[in-house]
Design a protein around this ligand. Structure first.
Ligand SMILES: N[C@@H](CCC(=O)N[C@@H](CS)C(=O)NCC(=O)O)C(=O)O
Length: 205
């Protein structure tokens, strides 16, 4: 193995896609390894923490946990602040994105229709509304978290927000973050970023 290998489901979203976008923006020539859902149970025990994504680098143990992968790529390729305190602010937002995913996932697994509707509407009204407001307070007047330049934290925020306002999650209104204009602008800027665009065009192939 010479090229780095990023291993994730064959799905253009969530934790794997944010790592793929980061590698693409970094200009890394990597193997985009896509595991079929049916093949995952047999491979799970070979991953560092029983989950994906993970990043394989020649001669090294595989690296798990999306935030660790993003911070590693960010540090190596100038997509994460060099200043320790600024880096910690970015990492706090990245952890908060993971908190959101852990909060939202159990709600999305509810199958009983009335319960599902209630839980998702309640999620939008309370947790997601507060989550958005908390992130909004951390953002300044620049296009991205760290100013005019995109960092891995922006990619992570973009993937989370894009998913939740996509209209593909039943009973979650696409307006759920409309009270967060800075967050929405940031996501728009990431969406329009030339490097991100080339990746999205490629991954939609
Ligand atoms: N905290 C981990 C969570 C990883 C995670 O839960 N990944 C999901 C896909 S997004 C997964 O591997 N699910 C299959 C499984 O847990 O068996 C991270 O940030 O990478």
């Amino acid at each position: 193995m010479t090229k780095p290998r990023l291993v994730y489901f064959d799905f253009a979203g969530s934790r794997g896609e944010e790592c793929r976008i980061a590698l693409h923006l970094a200009g890394v020539d990597f193997d985009d390894v896509r595991v079929a859902r049916a093949d995952w149970p047999a491979q799970k025990s070979q991953s560092p923490f029983g989950s994906m994504p993970f990043l394989e680098l020649a001669g090294q143990s595989p690296l798990g946990e999306s935030n660790a992968i993003l911070v590693y790529i960010g540090r190596q390729y100038g997509l994460h602040p060099k200043d320790d305190l600024q880096a910690a602010y970015h990492e706090a937002l990245m952890s908060y994105c993971e908190e959101l995913r852990h909060h939202v996932s159990p709600v999305l697994r509810i199958t009983d229709e009335p319960q599902k509707r209630n839980a998702r509407e309640e999620l939008a009204r309370n947790y997601l509304s507060v989550w958005g407001s908390n992130v909004e307070r951390q953002l300044g007047d620049h296009p991205f978290v760290g100013g005019d330049k995109v960092h891995v934290v922006d990619i992570k925020l973009y993937l989370v927000v894009r998913w939740l306002i996509s209209g593909t999650v039943d009973h979650l209104p696409t307006t759920v973050f409309d009270h967060c204009p800075k967050l929405k602008r940031l996501c728009q800027q990431v969406d329009e970023h030339a490097g991100v665009k080339t990746w999205l065009e490629r991954s939609a192939r």
